[in-house]
Design a protein around this ligand. Structure first.
Ligand SMILES: [Zn+2]
Length: 108
């Protein structure tokens, strides 16, 4: 049996067939016209943003929501990338989940 033990069991919405849409020249990925997102991506009408940029902007908005929840988010621009420090957040080594507080919600 070739079942992968490292499969991510936390995403219920991910499509199992990744990469099958790379052969389309005009993907139909236009985001929903919600006007409340930060308009950095819409400032210049250039080529479509890459998926990685879309995901990064989603991460940025998630970080903003974390700030609203009291998690202090600090960012450090380095030569090799952007470091994000979430004060008070921890990664459970057993469950591989990021959580706030000292104890993992599954462990406790
Ligand atoms: Zn845990």
């Amino acid at each position: 049996m070739e079942k992968e033990d490292f499969a991510d069991h936390s995403d219920s919405s991910a499509s199992p067939r990744l990469g099958s849409n790379s052969d389309r020249s005009a993907p139909n990925l236009k985001p929903n016209s919600s006007e409340d997102r930060v308009g950095a991506a819409t400032a210049k009408a250039g080529p479509m943003p890459r998926l990685s940029d879309v995901l990064l902007s989603q991460l940025q908005s998630q970080l903003g929501e974390l700030k609203d929840q009291g998690v202090r988010v600090r960012m450090f621009q380095r030569d090799d990338g952007l470091a994000i420090l979430l004060e008070g957040a921890r990664l459970c080594p057993r469950h591989q989940i990021i959580h706030s507080g000292t104890a993992c919600p599954i462990c406790q």
